[in-house]
Design a protein around this ligand. Structure first.
Ligand SMILES: O=P(O)(O)OC[C@H]1O[C@H](OP(=O)(O)OP(=O)(O)O)[C@H](O)[C@@H]1O
Ligand SMILES: Nc1ncnc2[nH]cnc12
Length: 184
């Protein structure tokens, strides 16, 4: 797909995201407006559109592995891996990935967490695309990028369905290629 096609596909997908992602006030705690992606993924045509749009800029970029971030990043990341003919590697929350992992602690908009990557899942020089649903404070994406790079792999890009701009996630990822279908 040529670059202009990818741009227009992403614009179309972005409009669909804006229509279908639902705001849930005060979830999971007071003051947080939760962005619910489930109406978006419940429609086959919308799920297809979003996955194709996320994958489009990376078609000729030699991506070896797509990393999906548990849990919602698995939904989109698996589809993007299939679209690119790449493998899928999960980054999971603590205690879910045997046998040996590398891990990092990080802060969320509404709590803190630890993520893990299986120690032998990436090789030095592997080209990796990181996919998630939402970029908020950027803590998750930054921790994921650091984990990937701790294995000597190279990040081709980080891409999300929806960026919550006011939470400043992009600022946590200086010098990285960061994409979003919609930025609100
Ligand atoms: O930019 P940040 O502030 O780090 O927030 C973004 C992360 O928060 C959400 O995950 P959550 O931990 O809620 O997990 P889930 O996908 O399992 O619902 C979302 O899916 C991103 O991974
Ligand atoms: N406001 C939000 N809605 C959904 N997922 C999130 N992850 C971090 N912040 C979020």
């Amino acid at each position: 797909m040529s670059a202009p096609d990818a741009v227009s596909l992403r614009a179309t997908a972005g409009r669909r995201v804006s229509e279908l992602v639902r705001d849930v006030p005060d979830f999971p705690k007071a003051g947080v407006t939760y962005k619910d992606i489930t109406p978006l993924i419940a429609h086959g045509d919308s799920l297809r559109l979003v996955v194709d749009a996320l994958a489009a800029p990376y078609q000729d970029r030699g991506v070896d592995h797509v990393i999906g971030l548990e849990a919602r990043g698995f939904i989109f990341g698996t589809g993007v891996a299939l679209a690119l003919g790449a493998g899928f590697v999960p980054i999971r929350k603590k205690g879910k990935l045997p046998p040996r992992t590398v891990s990092l602690d990080y802060e969320l908009e509404y709590g803190s967490a630890t993520i893990e990557l299986r120690e032998d899942s990436l090789r030095p020089g592997d080209r990796v695309l990181v996919i998630d649903d939402i970029l908020a404070t950027g803590g998750t994406a930054r921790a994921a990028a650091e984990l990937v790079e701790s294995q000597g792999a190279q990040i081709v890009g980080l891409d999300v369905v929806l960026e919550l701009r006011d939470l400043g996630g992009r600022g946590e990822l200086p010098g990285r290629s960061v994409g979003a279908l919609v930025s609100v």
